[in-house]
Design a protein around this ligand. Structure first.
Ligand SMILES: Nc1nc2c(c(=O)[nH]1)N[C@H]1C(S)=C(S)[C@@H](COP(=O)(O)O)O[C@H]1N2
Ligand SMILES: [Mo]
Length: 396
């Protein structure tokens, strides 16, 4: 009898070597261009974005990146998390305009062709919603996709914003600029000119192709290391001014209430953070023996300098190996070898960036900020491995 799959048969003396040739070796495969735009293997159909549990999939919602299924630092375009406040607009690129006005010498309107004539650059950067891990202040998400999935990392291609602003002529009184989206939310944020002239990009492409509609096609603002919300998608307007505009998104929303009754405002920079993605919540270890602990670290302030990993809830630490490249304001992959003895264990990772800032424990973060904050949770994540190998989220 012929085996039905190669792995089903072991040479046992009864079978010829030719019996072990799998079925798919004996027939032609499917032709090219089926389909013309390539798709992942059908066996990977579970690797998808999911909505935030309990939050229905409306136009003002978010979907989460399956970090537990990613390899290397690039998020494939179809898995980049989405956060839209007014749905995804369908913008014909030839009708899109970017207006630059306010405190400039010459107000200018650019179409996409005008913009793409400027010299471009490509850079790898993470993008993290400041609401990422917000559930961990008071509760526990079941998987890393739920706890940390408002995070992605792409190679972005665009025009340095400074070049376009210089074309319009910057009035020396300009200290801030308003960035506005063309979506139904007309999302607006005030951005310091210092950032605009530093590393801000007007992005039109991600990971080798034009932006996906969900990511802001045909034009988005990219502010490396700044909270996701400031990275205005479907960008249609930049207005320069001498002070911030105090929009809804920086007064009512995207501020951080502190225990003393004050609120932090304009908390732009995403502080250093890390998370173990394998093993992580919802996964099961197959039994004692060698386990490679894998995860990601990132910092809005620059490069990751070091990541430590603990298998005993932070009592002892070993230094993880950082995978090259280690780029500023970009995901950095780390790995650490572990021999699981079968006893319960609590896995943690702790990132340090090039400024020397160390990712805080959840306890230390709550001691500093209280429990009324929603945004900017960057505490150390704990995954408990049970004696049966099942991994779950714990607050250790
Ligand atoms: N115009 C516009 N820009 C926007 C948003 C939006 O709703 N409209 N959402 C913001 C938020 S809150 C985040 S976290 C990021 C998400 O980017 P992504 O959907 O490409 O992952 O886009 C930001 N830019
Ligand atoms: Mo966000």
């Amino acid at each position: 009898m012929l085996p039905t799959a190669a792995h089903a048969a072991q040479p046992d003396g009864k079978h010829e070597a030719s019996d072990l040739v799998p079925l798919w070796t004996k027939a032609q495969g499917r032709p090219i261009l089926s389909p013309p735009y390539g798709q992942p293997s059908g066996y990977e159909a579970k690797v998808v974005r999911v909505p935030i549990p309990g939050r229905t999939n409306t136009t003002a919602a978010a979907s989460l990146t399956p970090l537990q299924n990613l390899y290397g630092i690039i998020t494939p375009n179809g898995l980049v998390f989405e956060r839209h406040h007014g749905g995804v607009p369908d913008i014909p690129p030839e009708q899109h305009r970017l207006l630059v006005h306010g405190l400039v010498d010459r107000p200018l309107a650019f179409d996409m062709n005008d913009l793409q004539r400027f010299p471009s650059v490509s850079r790898m950067h993470f993008l993290e919603c400041s609401g990422n891990s917000a559930g961990e202040w008071k509760a526990k998400g079941s998987t890393v996709q739920i706890t940390h999935g408002l995070l992605s990392c792409c190679e972005w291609t665009g025009i340095p914003l400074a070049i376009v602003l210089q074309e319009a002529g910057i009035d020396p009184r300009a200290k801030w600029l308003l960035a506005e989206g063309a979506d139904a939310a007309a999302m607006t944020r005030s951005i310091p000119m210092e950032k605009a002239l530093d590393d801000a990009l007007l992005v039109y492409a991600q990971n080798g192709e034009m932006l996906r509609p969900e990511q802001g096609y045909p034009l988005r603002l990219l502010l490396p290391g700044f909270e996701g919300n400031t990275n205005i998608k479907w960008l249609r307007r930049l207005k320069l001014a001498d002070s911030p505009f105090m929009t809804r998104e920086e007064t009512s929303k995207y501020t951080d209430p502190m225990p003393d009754g004050t609120a932090r405002q304009f908390t732009f920079v995403m502080e250093a953070k890390s998370v173990i993605v394998r093993p992580s919540g919802g996964q099961t270890l197959r039994g004692p023996g060698f386990v490679e602990i894998e995860g990601y670290a990132w910092s809005g302030r620059g490069r990751i300098r070091r990541v430590d990993v603990s298998v005993d809830a932070g009592r002892t630490w070993q230094e993880a190996k950082l995978q090259e490249p280690v780029l500023p304001k970009c995901l950095t992959a780390f790995r650490a070898p572990w021999r699981w003895d079968g006893a319960p264990a609590v896995l943690q990772s702790r990132a340090m960036d090039e400024t020397g800032y160390v990712q805080p424990t959840r306890e230390a973060l709550i001691a500093a900020r209280g429990l009324e904050s929603y945004y900017h949770f960057n505490g150390i994540q704990s995954w408990q491995v049970g004696g049966n190998g099942a991994v779950e989220n714990v607050h250790a």
